[in-house]
Ligand binder design. Structure first.
Ligand code: ATP
Length: 684
């Protein structure tokens, strides 16, 4: 169950805001109250802290540590429900305007006039004022309910400022409860928008100012919205809709549907009595998806229009860029502890919606991991977009991520550009090489993460986004923080979930499985690997990790002449990141491998041919015979392994690679190593 902390200054505010949040939050979310007036000692593990204001946040921060969880600083606004009710109060009814002092009562009176509520029949009231209040049945007060005469039941408290729409949207998005198209959030707010809009129609234009907030919300929907009353008179229409239907008129509110909607099919759909219906239609070559539902006791019809094509185009683009999450958990190969743990963590994190930071050397599978998280999460049907920051300049990063509008800057595309955050809406964005971004981009990114909204370059329109962020780096971000190259606050915001990937050299036991898997997926026939080849591949340090191993395999499979691969099929030494120094001291030797893997069958690494020649060498040394290619070839003539000098050379190289013999120039050139004697001992 999600737990959120609501942090306020006073108990009164806490109650008002808690009640407001409860309307939107399901029972699945528990709200813990923290009231500064009562003293706050610590928080108790909430995933999200909502502060009633910036000032309060700063005050709390100065007293105690705020844990590095998601924080939302609320914006508060006049309680529209109350205002809406005031707008509709009849002008003949006498109303008491109650405050604690005469002066402050006058101030409120002036404020009400200023916002256009001048039709109300108000009388000022405050403690000590001589007034017969018996005839009053209604009172308005800015939070001073205690001074309202007892007999008055209808009290409008305009002091209880509530969270504005954007704050609620942020909270819902953080908790994954936001549904823009037809869910409760939009419906509930649309109802309010309508109420206010209607209030405006009957009262004063100045109240528009109060409405800006809501206007911003409807205009920030990605969907076109149109609302009309039962006489088909338009009450609300947003910019997106105007664009979709190519309406040039500046103001269409007040017009009838017939005046605005010229497509017959769409018009009759809109005028149809039937509730909650859906239509797909083609207009000027573009496909649209249209939904209709009724709100406010069936008084208002709301129609939402989305372009299907746009959606398709975005998806096609996504595919084109190859930014589809290709991998699942099963694509992560290996049985080492590290891989087993990794899979368990991925499974757990995929169930949450936390941001995740993946740290690991190049080629260790960061993208693979991000992709598996996405595919196992509830977002798997939505896009998975990957951005690699290392290749992009600051300007490019910003325009890629946030998009821009027409004419935003010189060189901007005429049509503007949809940012990746918007394209990935509902899905996951994978920010690769996050350690490479500048402080400037970091602060923009931080804002996106905090506010969960973006503003495309050159636009003043705020777009809410619902995107999970999985970031990756091969750098030590802690170190970068110390060097002041990376923002600590961004680090913690990204690192809500954390995965450290192990380099391949620390989990060499995964190499055989990786090789098998790669051979199976890349080769059309069954390919085998000689023991000595396998041993060399396991001994190598793979500084380029799985990617380097994969490249090596791809090369060998491509140039192979037969399906049984051996050491001779290895690419040239220069192919490798590090030199393939086969007798290197620090490489894992046959001996150390068996010390750490006693249960392995040693025959895996030395074949019968090699075994025959190794035994021959040891015997010849014992008999003090000279060991050379010539003598070994001659010796083999009477055995099952008749080999030419050239063939003996190949076998000697393999035995050298296996650390079974040393190959020096000179008379005592070929000498068995301690490994060889141990191997022979084991074989007895
Ligand atoms: N455990 C694994 N199982 C199977 N394939 C793997 C594994 N780890 C990595 N790979 C493969 O190795 C290649 C590199 O992986 P990936 O691109 O995910 O690494 P990365 O850490 O994101 O690399 P970079 O930091 O260089 O971008 C990919 O082809 C991936 O499929």
């Amino acid at each position: 169950m999600d737990k959120i902390g609501l942090v306020t200054g006073s108990k009164d505010t806490a109650i008002v805001l808690e009640n407001q949040l409860k309307v939107f939050l399901t029972d699945k979310v528990k709200i813990n109250l923290y009231i500064s007036d009562d003293g706050i000692e610590s928080f108790s593990g909430e995933t999200l802290l909502v502060f009633s204001s910036q000032a309060l946040h700063d005050e709390v921060l100065s007293k105690i540590n705020i844990p590095p969880v998601m924080k939302i600083i609320g914006n508060r606004t006049v309680n529209y429900d109350v205002l809406d009710a005031l707008v509709s109060l009849p002008s003949e009814v006498p109303i008491l305007l109650v405050n604690d002092l005469e002066e402050s009562a006058k101030e409120v009176y002036a404020a009400l006039l200023e916002i256009g509520l001048d039709h109300l029949n108000l009388t000022l009231y405050y403690p000590g004022c001589q007034l017969n209040v018996a005839d009053f049945e209604i009172a308005i007060t800015p939070g001073e309910v205690r001074y309202v005469p007892r007999h008055i039941q209808r009290i409008y408290d305009i002091g209880s400022r509530i969270f504005d729409f954007r704050t609620i949207a942020k909270i819902l998005s953080q908790l994954n409860l936001l549904e823009y198209s037809s869910g409760s959030f939009s419906k509930m707010y649309l109802e309010k928008i309508i109420k206010i809009a209607r209030g405006l129609a009957v009262s004063r234009a100045e109240v528009v100012k109060l409405n800006e907030n809501m206007e911003q919300v409807i205009h920030s929907f990605n969907t076109g919205l149109l609302m009309y009353d039962n006489d088909y008179r338009i009450i609300v229409c947003n910019e997106v809709l105007k664009k979709l239907l190519k309406i040039n008129k500046y103001k269409i509110e007040g017009n009838t549907l017939q005046q605005i909607v010229h497509n017959k099919k769409l018009l009759s759909f809109m005028q149809l009595e039937q509730q909650d219906s859906h239509l797909e239609l083609t207009l000027d070559g573009s496909e649209f998806s249209v939904d209709k539902f009724k709100i406010t006791n069936n008084e208002i019809t709301c129609v939402s229009i989305k372009t299907l094509q746009n959606h398709k185009m975005i998806r096609e683009n996504v595919y084109k860029k190859g930014h589809i999450a290709k991998y699942n958990l099963d694509d992560i190969i290996g049985q080492s502890d590290a891989i087993t743990r990794l899979k368990a963590i991925i499974t757990k994190l995929a169930k949450t919606d936390m941001n995740v930071l993946i740290q690991g050397e190049s080629g260790t599978g960061k993208e693979l991991t991000a992709s598996a998280i996405h595919n196992m999460s509830s977002r798997s049907d939505a896009p998975f977009l990957a951005v690699n920051f290392s290749a992009l300049s600051d300007d490019l990063i910003e325009s890629e991520l946030f998009g821009y509008v027409e004419g935003a800057f010189t060189g901007a595309k005429k049509s503007g550009k949809t940012g990746l955050f918007e394209e990935a809406n509902g899905g996951t964005i994978f920010l690769d090489e996050i350690g490479d971004i500048s402080l400037k981009v970091q602060s923009r990114l931080l804002r996106v993460l905090e506010e969960r909204e973006i503003m495309p370059i050159g636009s003043n329109e705020i777009k809410p986004i619902d995107v999970r962020i999985v970031a990756a780096t091969n750098k030590d971000l802690k170190q970068l923080i110390e060097e002041k190259q990376f923002r600590e606050d961004l680090y913690y915001r990204l690192k809500m979930g954390f995965i450290q990937l192990q380099p391949l050299r620390n989990r060499k036991e995964d190499i055989p499985a990786l090789i098998d898997h790669m051979a199976q997926s890349q080769a059309s026939s069954k390919v085998t690997f000689s023991e000595s080849l396998m041993e060399i591949l396991m001994r190598y340090d793979w500084s380029g990790n799985v990617r380097e191993l994969k490249n090596t395999l791809t090369y060998m499979l491509a140039v192979r002449e037969k399906d049984s691969l051996s050491v001779v099929d290895l690419p040239d030494d220069k192919f490798f990141d590090k030199s393939l120094d086969l007798s290197s001291d620090d490489a894992m030797t046959f001996e150390t491998y068996y010390d750490t893997h006693p249960d392995q069958d040693q025959d895996l690494f030395i074949n019968e041919e090699q075994a025959y020649f190794l035994r021959a060498i040891v015997t010849m040394i014992k008999l003090d015979q000279s060991v050379s290619r010539v003598s070994l070839a001659k010796n083999s003539e009477n055995s099952n392994f008749v080999r030419t000098e050239n063939q003996v050379r190949r076998i000697l190289t393999q035995l050298g690679e296996l650390n079974m013999i040393t190959l020096n120039k000179g008379r005592r050139g070929i000498m068995p190593t301690a490994n060889a004697y141990r191997w022979i001992e084991n074989k007895k």
